[in-house]
Design a binder for this molecule. Structure first.
Ligand code: SAH
Length: 243
């Protein structure tokens, strides 16, 4: 059988991986992925063929994974978080579109929005929007529009990729846009290195968030108009107590 597992590893620590992810890796002959993630799975990759590349070689990794599968090898293509959330599951299916005999199974993982929310409290309890600030594949104008509309609709907003080396003003600009319709003291927070060495989080207001210097291993959550801080935790009320 020709098979590729698109495996979401979760945020980083082994305990946050699903049993299904561990089993898919165990069952595979080849591990494909960005070298940082291959390192994360450590001994699970022992004795297996590994094809890892630095960042930005996504297409090459997919073509290679397809080649291995066509040779009859079972492949685990590893991604952080969930492979279907800003991950490689989609592009893998596009690359393999001409090969219906290759089965592609998505093994879901805990995406950064959920693990960040868990570290900070329960901020995603109600409707939320997830927006990436990376303009590598999406025009910045479109990102601005999404931020604007999500803020106007009073969504809790989770931001991925809050920092990029090329354009350092993204987060400040994003906050500026959200500040048009969200109040300056909107409760927010961010978590760095979830489930990895150096994990830390900060709660702040939207106005304070605007001036933060974050890195690419950070996930940000901007509350809605009802989000509060309770005992140091970021909480969006679901509304049960108003019924
Ligand atoms: N597929 C991944 C997302 C990849 S996009 C997932 O489902 O989580 C990369 C962005 O995800 C980062 O810029 C950051 O915003 C977020 N992210 C991924 N892993 C993270 C971690 N361990 N700690 C904090 N943020 C993380």
């Amino acid at each position: 059988m020709k098979k590729i597992y698109m495996v979401g590893l979760g945020p980083g620590k082994r305990e946050a991986m699903t049993y299904e992810a561990v089993n898919a890796i165990r069952e595979s002959d080849v591990i494909v992925g960005y070298d940082f993630y291959v390192k994360l799975i450590g001994d699970l990759a022992a004795g297996k063929e590994v094809f890892s590349t630095p960042m930005k070689r996504e297409l090459e990794r997919c073509r290679e994974a397809l080649e291995f599968a066509l040779q009859g090898k079972t492949v685990a293509f590893v991604c952080s978080g969930d492979a279907g959330v800003y991950g490689m599951a989609g592009i893998m299916m596009e690359v393999a579109a001409g090969h219906p005999e290759v089965e592609i199974e998505v093994v879901c993982g805990v995406t950064a929005a959920c693990s960040a929310a868990g570290v900070m409290g329960a901020p995603l309890i109600h409707d939320f929007a997830v927006i990436s600030l990376s303009d590598l594949l999406t025009p910045w104008e479109k990102i601005e529009k999404r931020l604007d509309f999500a803020a106007k609709a009073d969504f809790v907003i989770c931001l991925y990729n809050p920092y990029s080396k090329k354009r350092t003003g993204h987060l400040a600009r994003a906050c500026q846009i959200m500040l048009k319709s969200k109040s300056a003291d909107t409760k927010c927070g961010y978590v760095k290195n979830i489930g990895r060495e150096g994990e830390c989080h900060v709660l702040c207001t939207l106005e304070e968030l605007r001036d933060q210097k974050l890195d690419m291993f950070t996930t940000v959550i901007v509350g809605n108009s009802e989000t509060v801080v309770l005992n140091g935790r970021l909480v969006t009320p679901r509304g049960y107590q108003n019924k």
